[in-house]
Design a protein around this ligand. Structure first.
Ligand SMILES: *[C@@H]1O[C@H](CO)[C@@H](O)[C@H](O)[C@H]1NC(C)=O
Ligand SMILES: *[C@@H]1O[C@H](CO)[C@@H](O)[C@H](O)[C@H]1NC(C)=O
Ligand SMILES: [Mg+2]
Length: 271
C-alpha cells in the first residue's frame, strides 16, 4: 500500500491510542517502546489518548513506565481532565457517578446544588441506589445536562465481560429523555480537545489506532488523518472495510512512527 495519502500534507503532531497500539494488557507491543522513544528524541509532539476512566493520569502513566515507556503525565490525555475542563469552562456544578479512584480530580469544582450529572465507569458503584440518585438529580434540574465519559457497551475484564458505562448512560437517557454528551472516544468533542491540547489544528494531526471505527473513522470525521495498525483488535477484514479507508495501514506503531518522521524530513527538504 502506498502512503502518499498519509504524507500528502505536513504532519505536526500525533495522537496515539494506548490499548492495542502501545500495549496489549500488561505487555508492551514489540517495537512500541522504541517508537515512543524515537518520537521523544525527535521532539515530535504527541498525546497518548485513552478512554480509561477508572484510573487517573498518574496511575496510567505509572503502568506505562513499568512496561518501559518513558512517558509523562503531560503526554497523556484522558476523559477525566477533559471533562474537568468542560465543567470549568461552562461553569457547571456536577453530580458525579464515578469510581471513587478518580473523585480527587474534581476537588476544585463547586458541587453544591448540581446542574449536571457526569457518569463514567463506576464498576461496583453502579448500584440501584446511585443510579436512582443520579436519575432523581436529573429530573429535578431545570435544564438537565448529562455527560458520559465514553459510551462503550462492555469490555473484557480479567475474569470475563463486564458492563461498561454506555449501558448505564443509556438507562439514564431512557428514563429522563436527556441526551448525553459523550466525552471520550470516538466523540469529536473529545478528539478535538486532544488536538487543542497539542496546540494544533486537526488537519495537522494524525491519529494511530487499532480500532477502525472508533479510532480511524472517529479521527477522520473531525478532520484528522487516521492510521490503522495491524496490532491489538485489528482483524484482516478491516483492510477491506466497506466504509472506512485509513490514510495508511501499517504493521505496528514503530512502522507508523518511521513513516511520519520520514515524511517530516521530506517536507523539510522541500523548503
Ligand atoms: C432513589 O434515590 C433517592 C435519592 O438518592 C433515594 O432517596 C431513594 O431511597 C431511592 N429509592 C430507592 C427505592 O432506592
Ligand atoms: C475505548 O475505545 C476503544 C476504541 O479505541 C473501544 O473499543 C472501547 O470500547 C472504549 N472503551 C470505553 C470505556 O469507552
Ligand atoms: Mg485501542
Amino acid at each position: 500500500m502506498s502512503h502518499t495519502k498519509l504524507c500528502s500534507r505536513p504532519i505536526k503532531g500525533l495522537i496515539l491510542d494506548i490499548a492495542g497500539v502501545l500495549k496489549d494488557g500488561d505487555i508492551a507491543i514489540p517495537g512500541s517502546v522504541e517508537a515512543v522513544a524515537k518520537l521523544q528524541a525527535a521532539g515530535f509532539p504527541f498525546r497518548l489518548v485513552t478512554n480509561e476512566t477508572l484510573k487517573t493520569k498518574k496511575v496510567i502513566t505509572k503502568t506505562l513506565n513499568m512496561l518501559g515507556f518513558r512517558t509523562t503525565e503531560r503526554e497523556m490525555f484522558s476523559p477525566i481532565p477533559a471533562i474537568v475542563e468542560i465543567l470549568k469552562k461552562e461553569k457547571l456544578r456536577p453530580h458525579l457517578l464515578l469510581h471513587p479512584n478518580v473523585l480527587p480530580e474534581f476537588k476544585d469544582l463547586d458541587m453544591e446544588n448540581p446542574n449536571c450529572v457526569v457518569v463514567g465507569d463506576a464498576e461496583e458503584c453502579f448500584t440501584y441506589e446511585t443510579l436512582n440518585e443520579s436519575f432523581r438529580k436529573l429530573m429535578e434540574m431545570e435544564d438537565p445536562k448529562l455527560f458520559s465519559l465514553g459510551i462503550g457497551k462492555y469490555y473484557m475484564d480479567d475474569d470475563g465481560l463486564a458492563l461498561d458505562v454506555g449501558s448505564f448512560c443509556k438507562g439514564l437517557e431512557y428514563a429522563t429523555g436527556v441526551k448525553a454528551r459523550i466525552v471520550g472516544k470516538p466523540s469529536s468533542d473529545y478528539f478535538l480537545a486532544a488536538v487543542d491540547d497539542l496546540g494544533l489544528k486537526p488537519e495537522e494531526v494524525v491519529m494511530v489506532g487499532d480500532d477502525i471505527e472508533f479510532d480511524v473513522n472517529g479521527a477522520q470525521q473531525c478532520g484528522m488523518r487516521g492510521v490503522l495498525v495491524r496490532t491489538g483488535k485489528f482483524r484482516k477484514t478491516d483492510e477491506s472495510h466497506p466504509r472506512v479507508m485509513p490514510d495508511a495501514i501499517v504493521d505496528n506503531l514503530l512502522h507508523a512512527i518511521e513513516l511520519v518522521l520520514n515524511s517530516v524530513q521530506n517536507f523539510k527538504h522541500k523548503i
